[in-house]
Design a protein around this ligand. Structure first.
Ligand code: ASP
Ligand code: MG
Length: 416
C-alpha cells in the first residue's frame, strides 16, 4: 500500500490534474491519495479570512477564488459538470454570512480548510467520470487533534485507530482525502500549519504502515539549494531521516518539518518526485547511510536579526544570564539559529518574527545593553568545503562565521 501526496502546484489547473490522474492510473498498488488545495488557494483563503474577520470587504478575493475553481471545473468536465459540484461554495458563503467570533485562529481554520474540501470534491468527481473509483474520505474524521487552531497537535492513538478503521482496502483500491486539515475530538475543523499536507500524508502512511510515501512536486526532487537563488542547484539523490531533519531545522523548505518523524518511526521511505517527469528518479529520504555525502547543501534563511547582549555592570556574561535569555526566548517562541559567547557579550541570531521582535528587545533592554542588526540573513552550508565557503564569503559584509565539522553558518546583511 502506498501514499501519494499532491501539493497545490501539481493541481493548479486542469492540465496538472490530468497529469495527476495519469500518475495514479499507473499505480498498481493499493493507494491513498492526499491532496492539498489547488494552486495558491490557501493564500487567497487566508486573505479572505483576515478581511472578513476585520469586517472589511472580501468580495473581490472571493470572486477570484470562485472564478479560479470554476475555470478548472469547466476545463475538466466541459459540458458535463456533475450536479454535486453546483453547490460546492455553499459552506463558504454560509460561513462568510456569519458574524465572526472573537477567536481568530478558530475562524481561520473554518475558512482556510475549505480549500482542501473544494479540491477533493472536484477531484473525486473527476475520478468518478473516468471510472477510476477513488473512495472519498473526509480526513477530519480520521486525523484527530487538540483544539490548538491553526497549529493543531495530533492525537496519535486516535488517528491511528481511525485510519486503520477507514482505510481498510476491502472494497476499494484507491482512497482520496485531504491534507492539512483535521478534526478535533468534538468534530471542529482544525489545521496542521501551513504546508501541512506533507505531514498529513506522513501520518496516514505511518498509521497504515505504507510501503512508501511519494510527494509529487513541480521540482525534480530535493535540491541542494533553492534554484531561484543558485541557478546551478543540483538534485540530492538520497538523504537519511536525520539529515532531512537537520536541513529542515536550518530552514530548508524541502518538506514540512513535522513530516519525517512519523515516517522514521516505521522506517517508511519518502520519495520526492516531479509530477512533470514521473519516470525520472527524484530524491529519497529513508533509512540510509548518507555520512559519505559530499555535495554541499546551501540553506538561506532571511528575516533574521543578530543581537548582541551585554550585562549592564562591567562583568563577564554568566551562565545565569544565558539561562535567563534562553528562558525569555522559549516563552516567546523565538527560535535561535546561532549563538556565540565571549567574555563581555552574548550574541544570538534569531528569526525576526513580526510582533515578537520589539517586545523581546524591550524585555532584554531592561537588564542588558542590547545592540542589534535587523534584516540580516543566515546561510547554512552542510558538507561545506573551500569552494562552497568562498561562494558565500566572497562578499565583504559578513557579520559572523561559525563552523563545526559538517556545518558552516554565515550571518550577513540581507541580499536580494
Ligand atoms: N494548502 C495548504 C497550504 O498551502 C497545505 C499544503 O499545501 O501543504 O499551506
Ligand atoms: Mg501547498
Amino acid at each position: 500500500m502506498l501514499v501519494y501526496k499532491f501539493g497545490g502546484a501539481s493541481l493548479k489547473d486542469a492540465g496538472s490534474i490530468k497529469e495527476m490522474v495519469k500518475i495514479v492510473k499507473q499505480c498498481d498498488d493499493n493507494l491513498i491519495i492526499v491532496v492539498s488545495a489547488m494552486g495558491k488557494t490557501t493564500n487567497r483563503l487566508e486573505n479572505i479570512a483576515r478581511l472578513w474577520f476585520d469586517g472589511k470587504d472580501f468580495e473581490d478575493q472571493l470572486q477570484e477564488l470562485i472564478d479560479y475553481h470554476q475555470k478548472i471545473i469547466s476545463d475538466l468536465f466541459e459540458q458535463h459538470v456533475p450536479n454535486n459540484l453546483n453547490s460546492i461554495y455553499e459552506d463558504l458563503w454560509q460561513k462568510l454570512r456569519e458574524t465572526p467570533s472573537l477567536d481568530y485562529n478558530y475562524e481561520y481554520d473554518q475558512i482556510v480548510s475549505i480549500g482542501e474540501l473544494l479540491s477533493t470534491k472536484i477531484i473525486a468527481s473527476y475520478f468518478n467520470i473516468l471510472n477510476t473509483k477513488a473512495h472519498y474520505i473526509d480526513v477530519r474524521s480520521v486525523i484527530k487533534t487538540d483544539r490548538n487552531f491553526k497549529q493543531a497537535g495530533v492525537i496519535w492513538n486516535l488517528t491511528k485507530r481511525f485510519a486503520l478503521e477507514r482505510f481498510t482496502f476491502e472494497n476499494y483500491k484507491i482512497y482520496l482525502t485531504q491534507g492539512f486539515i483535521a478534526g478535533s475530538t468534538n468534530n471542529q475543523t482544525t489545521t496542521l500549519g501551513r504546508e501541512g499536507s506533507d505531514y498529513s500524508a506522513a501520518l496516514l502512511a505511518s498509521a497504515c504502515n505504507a510501503q512508501k510515501l511519494v510527494v509529487w512536486k513541480d521540482v525534480p526532487g530535493i535540491m541542494n539549494a533553492d534554484p531561484a537563488w543558485m541557478n546551478d542547484a543540483q538534485k540530492i539523490d538520497a538523504l537519511s531521516y536525520q539529515e532531512a531533519i537537520e536541513l529542515t531545522y536550518y530552514g530548508a523548505k524541502v518538506i514540512h518539518p513535522k513530516t519525517i518523524k512519523p515516517l522514521q518511526q516505521n522506517k517508511i521511505p519518502l520519495y520526492v518526485n516531479s509530477f512533470l517527469e514521473p519516470e525520472v528518479a527524484g530524491s529519497v529520504i529513508g533509512d540510509i547511510d548518507d555520512t559519505q555525502n559530499t555535495l554541499p547543501v546551501y540553506i538561506r534563511k532571511q528575516q533574521q536579526a543578530l543581537i548582541s547582549i551585554r550585562p549592564k555592570t562591567p562583568e563577564f556574561v554568566a551562565e545565569t544570564d544565558i539561562s535567563h535569555i534562553f528562558k525569555l526566548m522559549a516563552n516567546m517562541h523565538i527560535s535561535v539559529q546561532l549563538a556565540q559567547m565571549s567574555a563581555a557579550s552574548f550574541t544570538v541570531c534569531i528569526d525576526q518574527i513580526e510582533n515578537m521582535f520589539d517586545p523581546f528587545i524591550a524585555e532584554l533592554q531592561s537588564d542588558y545593553h542590547v545592540r542589534f542588526n535587523a534584516k540580516v540573513e543566515i546561510i547554512t552550508i552542510r558538507n561545506y568545503n573551500d569552494e562552497s565557503l568562498r561562494r558565500i564569503l566572497n562578499d565583504n559584509d559578513v557579520l559572523i562565521e561559525q563552523k563545526t565539522r559538517k556545518t558552516a553558518q554565515i550571518v550577513r546583511f540581507m541580499k536580494n
